[in-house]
Write a protein that binds this ligand. Structure first.
Ligand code: PMP
Length: 362
């Protein structure tokens, strides 16, 4: 750290993204990307835009907003696009949190929330998940701050039903409730329809997972027009051209190609069920998942050891060091072939571990 670095940020510990190693080709099951390429329509539309990169992008993202409004069946003035959903989440911390409106979120959730809170100098309160890693909605009624809930939650994959989300939104009329729906397309119930009824609800979604555009960086917020107005004040005060031309075009293509989107989702759900069954037959505890990943633990091998041994074999999964989840790993659902390789590798590692312990006893 240099002596020039602002005091404001000296204590900041940045978010650590999942590894993106370039040294060799890994089977990447660590950052919840899609195993499928973007829709051919998205690729075609993005490449057509490449020849127009001398021009700024449309700061209002009009054509993209129209496509999203049609897909979601909501008004255009309820949508704001951002550079990944990380950006809309940061905008929400900037716009709706301060000393009187501290951030409130679970102890085990998306690791960026506390970082955004610290970046923006906002106090925050973490509420422990229940022992089964679910959110207790009662904890969030009259939360006394801006609520951030990932639903389905990450890294647990567990989701609350829409009725409970509604209870939380209705139970905080004087505060904003942000529902982060990064993984909602994999079986969750979206709170988007509730934005018609509640002026204090912001729903965020991403194109990074179900629409195969993680590298394009496209996210969105859905809320009543007044909240979108506040978020636009923040956006136009930071980066009006936050969505680049090629990504905007790719987003339009991804929304128009509904058949591709739906068939990819079906395949992920099929492979998720197969992976869950296979891991359970190897003795793993697998939390019920509504996302494109599973959160798992084994009594036969520690979380960190499994992560390291898989890495040696060219397979990346996500290990966390928080004490409460240290023995767990989060495994992204890849293609059928990737998951077969993964299960074979786990089987091999478990038998090596069993052999090691027999030899230790001799
Ligand atoms: N929310 C949650 C819960 C996530 O896991 C992620 C992905 N890391 C994001 C938001 C942000 O995703 P992106 O910025 O790629 O839209």
């Amino acid at each position: 750290m240099t002596r020039y670095f602002s005091d404001k940020y000296k204590a900041l510990t940045p978010y650590v993204p999942g590894e993106q190693p370039q040294d060799k080709q890994y089977i990447k099951l660590n950052t919840n990307e899609s195993p499928f390429p973007p829709s051919p329509m998205a690729v075609e539309m993005a490449s057509q835009e490449a020849g127009k990169l001398q021009l700024y992008s449309d700061p209002e993202c009009r054509v993209l907003v129209q496509a999203a409004a049609e897909t979601l069946g909501i008004a255009e003035n309820k949508i704001l696009f951002t550079n990944g959903s990380d950006e809309i989440l940061n905008f929400a911390f900037m716009a709706f949190c301060d000393a009187e409106h501290p951030a409130v979120f679970p102890d085990i959730t998306y690791g960026f929330y506390p970082v955004f809170a610290k970046l923006n100098g906002v106090p925050y309160r973490e509420i422990p998940l229940k022992d089964d890693f679910t959110v207790d909605p009662e904890d969030y009624i009259g939360a006394g701050g801006t609520v951030f809930l990932a639903n389905p939650n990450a890294p647990t994959g567990r989701a609350l039903p829409l009725s409970e989300i509604e209870r939380i939104v209705a139970g905080n009329p004087d505060n904003i409730v942000v529902i982060d729906e990064a993984y909602v397309d994999f079986g969750g119930e979206s709170a988007v329809p509730l934005t018609e009824k509640y002026p204090n609800l912001l729903v965020t979604q991403t194109f990074s997972k179900s629409r195969s555009l993680a590298g394009g960086r496209l996210g969105m917020g859905i809320a009543c027009p007044e909240l979108i107005g506040d978020l636009n004040t923040v956006k136009y005060s930071t980066n009006p051209y936050n969505v680049n031309r090629m990504t905007m075009a790719a987003g339009i293509g991804a929304l128009r190609d509904k058949a591709y989107f739906e068939s990819n989702i079906r395949e992920i759900l099929r492979v998720r069920a197969w992976t869950t069954k296979s891991l359970e037959s190897l003795g793993f505890t697998v939390l019920p998942s509504t996302a494109n990943f599973v959160f798992v633990k084994s009594d036969r091998i520690g979380g960190e050891e499994l992560y390291l041994r898989l890495k040696e074999r060219g397979i990346l999964i996500r290990h966390f060091t928080l004490p409460r989840i240290r023995e767990f790993n989060r495994i992204t659902i890849g293609s059928g072939g990737q998951m077969r390789d993964f299960i074979e590798a786990v089987r091999g590692i478990l038998s090596e571990t069993a052999l090691d312990s027999v030899q230790d006893q001799k």
